[in-house]
Design a protein around this ligand. Sequence first.
Ligand code: 8DG
Ligand code: MN
Ligand code: MN
Length: 411
Amino acid sequence: LVDEAEVEVFSVPSYACQRRTTLDNHNTVLTDALSLLAENAELEDEEGRGVAFRRAAAVLKALPKPVTSMTQLKGLPCLGEHSLRVIKDILDNGTSSEAEATKQSERYKALKVLTGIFGVGAKTAARWIRDGIHTLQQLRDSEHTLNRAQQAGLEHYEDVNQQVTKAEADAIGEIVEKAVLSVLPGAQVTLTGGFRRGKLTGHDVDFLITHPVEGREEGLMPKVVSWLESQGFLLYQKTTRNSYLESKEGPARPASNMDRFERCFSIFKLTKDDKHGTKQPEKLSENGIKAPEDTGRSLTHVQTDPNPPTPSCTMAQIHSSKDREHRSWRAVRVDLVVSPISQFAFALLGWTGSKLFERELRRWAGYEKAMSLSSHALYDNNQGRYLRATSEEEIFAHLATVKVASVQKPL
Ligand code: 8DG
Ligand code: MN
Ligand code: MN
C-alpha cells in the first residue's frame, strides 16, 4: 500500500466500505477540522456538502501515518477542492481558518445547542434562529410550542448530550433483555450501533430484537414498551409500527435511508445501581416524591424538582449540574428495533453503522455490483431476485460474487 519513496504517497480504495476501519487515527487535526465542517454543513441542512467532508475525513483517517505534505495526497479519492484547501491551510498554518471561524460563529453555536435537543432537527433549529432564539433559555422564555419529543429533549438536555459509556450500555442491555424475555421468551436482543463496532462511548444505545421463529416477533414492541413503562424505566418513548409490508416502492428501495421496521426511539431512566447490576429503579426520588413507575405513562410525570414549574415554563425544567450530581439516575437515549428473523442479518448490518459505512456499502453495491442493499434485503438487479442471508458474512459473500461482466473495482 505504501511505497518507500522520499515522500510517501498514500493510497486508499475509493469506497469507505472497502477500507479497514481503525480506531487509530494519525491525522486527528485534519479530520477534526473536516468533521467540524461536515457537521456544520449537516446543521445547515446541506447534506451533499456534509457527505463530501465526511468522505474526505474518512480517507484521511485511514492513512497509516500523519500527512506532512500535499504531494502525499495525490491520487487519493474523495478529496475535493474544498477539502484540499482546508488540509493545505492546516499544513501551512497549523489550523484551518475556516474551521476556526465556523466554530466561533454565533450561528454554528446556536444550531449546535438547539439541535442538541432530542427531537429538534436542522430545519426546526433554523426556524427558531430566524425568530431570534439562540439559547435554551431563550427557547424556554419564548412562546414556541414544543412537541412531546422536544419537551423531553429539553428536560433531559444535559444527560442526553453526555456520552454514554459501555458500562451504561451494558446495564441498559440487561434491562432491555429482561423486558423482552418477560414478554416473549426465546426472543433475542443484540447490541448494535457504535458499541457493536467497538466504540467505548456513544450518543445513544441501539438494540435489535428478533425471535428465531418467523412471525413471533409481531406486535412485540408495544409489549416491551409497556413492561418498561410499568417498571419506571422510560422517561420518553415513541413507537413506530412496521410499515415494510405496506410499502409500495419495493423492499430494497425505501423512500429514504430510513428503514421500515417496528422501532422505538426512547429516553431511558438509568439508575446508578443499574450500572452495576439489574436492580429495580428506586420507587422514591431523593426528595421523597413518588416516581411514576406505576402510572403506565411517561415523561411529564417524572419531576424530581421540588418546586413545581410555573405555568409559563411547564415545557421543561433543566436540572442544574449540582442537582444532577445528587440524583441517583441519568437519562440515556435508547433505540429499539424489531426485525423478523428472515431480515435479521440485513437489519444487523444496517443498524451497526457507521452511517458513512452504510451509505458507502449501499453505493458500492449499487454501482459496482448492480445490487440494492437495505436493512431489509439484498436484491440482485441482474438476476431479478432477492438473495437470502442469515448472517452478515453471507451478505458480504453475495456482494463479493462477481456477476457483472463489466464490473471494475476502482483503485
Ligand atoms: P453513536 O450512537 O455511538 O454516537 O453512533 P452510532 O451508533 O453509529 O449512530 P446511530 O445514530 O445510533 O445509528 C446507528 C445505526 O443505525 C446507523 O448506522 C444508521 C442505522 N439506522 C438505520 N435506520 C435508522 C434510523 O431510522 N435512524 C437512525 N438514527 N439510525 C438508523 O438503519
Ligand atoms: Mn448509536
Ligand atoms: Mn441510534
